[in-house]
Design a protein around this ligand. Structure first.
Ligand SMILES: CCCCCCCC/C=C\CCCCCCCC(=O)SCCNC(=O)CCNC(=O)[C@H](O)C(C)(C)COP(=O)(O)OP(=O)(O)OC[C@H]1O[C@@H](n2cnc3c(N)ncnc32)[C@H](O)[C@@H]1OP(=O)(O)O
Length: 272
């Protein structure tokens, strides 16, 4: 018992010594310190063990569209990193792990307590491409975040028909044929991705936040297996509140699938 408590204490000490934890907001938390945030983001990968698997890297399940978009944004990151001035990047890919606590330096003691069957919700399916396949990029000025999301078969929601209304007769004749049905992504899965993207965006701006409100309008269903873009933009910050809006569109931007606003509240620990 005493040894366990000692371990917990040491674990807390080492976690609190992370650069992340050293960052403090002004008590009012109304001013978001851009320079601090940029420095934090640039040092992000070093807080994690090199053994951790980064799930935001391409894998065999990625379709052509997903790869193409990844190359597009990733090349913008690389271009900026080629130069001597490493801080002058336009976009940065956000690494993604399935066990944040385990792989965060110093987090080992905490993860032992939870004996770590715990997995990050969007990264808890082993089979690549089966569920949430995504990669996030944040922009240099921290006002924008973009996510390329490929929705896997385990995210099945409602079913719909490929047949247009004016072809209804043909549709009813062939209603038995499976090929006339299409599966769409579950609304809860879409909400999860919106929460993930907007919370990541808000995390770039400040620390220790919670989603307080998520308001979603589903405009057009997302076909299962398809790739979409999730764009988030900062609306405003007000005291401890960070308001972000988000759109889910087709990859060419022509179809609006979902739009949302999210409110995050900074923890009282930081916000006073
Ligand atoms: C290179 C990149 C680097 C970044 C890398 C980062 C990676 C990150 C990636 C991955 C990690 C992400 C992990 C995923 C997590 C996903 C997010 C979630 O799922 S969070 C779980 C669901 N949310 C909850 O369980 C909250 C439960 N609610 C609460 O705990 C409290 O209600 C809380 C904290 C939200 C607020 O409580 P109070 O006591 O601190 O604050 P009060 O005084 O109530 O509110 C403060 C202000 O906010 C307004 N407010 C609060 N709730 C509101 C609401 N629902 N609607 C509108 N306004 C609200 C209030 O009216 C008040 O406004 P006035 O200051 O008076 O102007």
């Amino acid at each position: 018992m005493a040894r366990t408590l000692c371990r917990i204490f040491k674990g807390c000490q080492s976690i609190c010594s992370l650069p992340l934890m050293k960052t403090r907001l002004h008590p009012s938390a109304s001013v978001l310190l851009r320079t601090v945030c940029v420095r934090r983001m640039l040092t992000l990968p070093f807080r994690f063990s090199p053994k951790a698997q980064d799930f935001s890297l391409p894998n065999s399940s990625w379709g052509a569209e997903m790869r193409q978009l990844y190359e597009h944004y990733n090349s913008q990151c690389e271009e900026e990193m080629k130069g001597e001035e490493k801080q002058d990047w336009a976009w940065k890919r956000v690494p993604s792990y399935n066990r944040t606590l385990k792989h965060a330096t110093g987090g080992v003691y905490l993860s032992k307590i939870y004996q770590s069957k715990a997995r990050f919700f969007t990264r808890n399916i082993k089979e690549p491409g089966a569920a949430f396949e995504y990669v996030l990029f944040v922009s240099k000025d921290e006002q924008k975040c973009v996510c390329i999301f490929q929705a896997g078969h385990l995210l099945e929601g409602p079913q719909g028909s490929l047949i247009l209304k004016n072809h209804a007769t043909a549709f009813f004749r062939r209603v038995q044929e499976e090929k006339y049905w299409i599966r769409y992504v579950h609304g809860g899965a879409i909400a999860t991705m919106i929460d993930t993207v907007t919370v990541t965006h808000a995390s770039v701006l400040t620390l220790l936040i919670m989603t307080a409100n998520l308001n979603i309008n589903y405009r057009r269903p997302i076909p299962l297996g398809s790739t979409v873009l999730i764009d988030s933009s900062l609306n405003k910050t007000e005291g401890r509140k960070v308001l972000i809006s988000c759109k889910v569109t087709s990859t060419d931007g022509s179809k609006l699938h979902t739009e949302a606003t999210a409110l995050f509240v900074v923890s009282r620990l930081l916000g006073g």
